[in-house]
Design a protein around this ligand. Structure first.
Ligand SMILES: [Zn+2]
Ligand SMILES: [Zn+2]
Ligand SMILES: [Zn+2]
Length: 363
């Protein structure tokens, strides 16, 4: 993600800040201009003004629950911002614990939506487009043990998240049970939105055949694949062909897992770039030099080939893993991108770039 600054005093601020600690202005995110806007108004004001342009804004309704800092123009009919208008079911707010979980969930979801907006991927909610639109249900398991538990997943544009995933202990337990090396809310969202965009961008398009050639034929029985995966586990040589053991389960899961990694990589590279990060390992021989230098010269959301992205990714992930090890933490990126995964990433890159370019030309 890019590094944001307060539009009034240029102090660097986080994406979810709603207040500038340097100049004391209220802050909100303008998703059309992709910037943090400093605002004037009283604490409970309905209308906020950007002082230099005198543009009048209102905050998304979810600001009252401290889960959103996005802005709408004062003249806008909608009460919710683009990210929050995707919500269909939110957690029960009479449970204080659930409010905290919702806060973490929205942080991750807004970050996801930021990336979708950067590429201008199709993004409509299910009210606007019941067939192809997107919606989120954030649900807790029922109290009654006989009722079925909430399954995190995607079904025809509806992404359901079990809000237990926002509880650090519960998530760590699930990660252990599933024998995973990485499990985060953002990772869930990036995986599930991958299923959604498979439906929207691949199914029934010119991408379907090449997708099958790389990921396998998605018409194979999903339930059988699921049963096989949970009984037998992944094939022993999975590391040569897949990004994760779960990706071996079914072509759809391979696509969603790889898609999520593409989103991880582009976000990290943009963040590294916006901090001006340069990596020059001291031990690296001259002939390998070019491989180990992080040089994100161009915006990783556009204008970069997959090779450029991958070559920037190697040094940054290696350096970040080393930094984490210095602190006794787990690896920052505990995955190995093999050649087959590189080709799958390249295909996802092409699908996203083709879609982004079309949107760009239409605009
Ligand atoms: Zn400021
Ligand atoms: Zn919002
Ligand atoms: Zn999945």
């Amino acid at each position: 993600m890019q590094l944001f600054e307060c539009s009034n005093c240029h102090q660097p601020v986080y994406f979810d800040n709603n207040y500038c600690t340097a100049c004391q202005h209220a802050l909100g995110f303008d998703a059309k201009q992709m910037q943090m806007v400093a605002l004037e108004g009283s604490e409970d004001a309905a209308i906020w003004t950007e002082p230099s342009s005198q543009t009048q804004y209102k905050f998304c309704q979810n600001k009252q629950y401290h889960v959103c800092n996005w802005l709408l123009l004062e003249t806008d009919q909608q009460a919710f911002c683009l990210a929050c208008s995707l919500n269909r079911v939110i957690p029960n707010l009479s449970e204080p614990e659930y409010r905290q979980r919702w806060h973490k969930i929205e942080l991750a979801k807004h970050r996801l939506v930021y990336a979708l907006l950067r590429w201008q991927l199709p993004l409509e909610n299910k009210l606007q487009n019941p067939q192809q639109g997107l919606a989120f249900d954030f649900k807790a398991d029922p109290n009654c043990p006989h009722e079925p538990k909430v399954m995190t997943g995607h079904d025809n544009g509806l992404i359901t998240l079990n809000i237990a995933e926002a509880d650090d202990v519960e998530r760590a337990m699930a990660r252990n049970n599933m024998d995973e090396v990485y499990r985060t809310l953002l990772g869930h969202f990036r995986h599930e939105i991958g299923h959604y965009y498979w439906d929207v961008l691949v199914d029934g398009t010119e991408f379907l055949q090449p997708c099958r050639a790389l990921f396998g034929d998605e018409r194979m029985d999903y339930q059988q694949a699921l049963d096989r995966h949970y009984h037998q586990g992944p094939p022993s040589d999975w590391m040569q062909h897949y990004i994760s053991p779960y990706a071996t389960m079914h072509p759809w899961e391979d696509w969603a897992e790889t898609w999520a990694h593409y989103l991880h990589i582009v976000d990290v590279l943009e963040t590294a770039d916006s901090f001006g990060m340069q990596i020059r390992p001291q031990v690296v021989q001259q002939q390998h030099d070019h491989l180990m230098h992080l040089a994100v010269k161009k915006n990783p959301y556009y204008n970069q080939s997959l090779d450029e992205i991958y070559q920037a990714w190697l040094p940054i992930s290696f350096a970040m893993n080393s930094l984490n090890r210095s602190m006794g933490q787990d690896d920052f990126y505990p995955f190995v991108i093999n050649l087959e995964v590189q080709n799958k990433l390249r295909f996802i890159h092409e699908v996203i770039q083709a879609t982004a370019q079309k949107a760009h030309q239409a605009a």
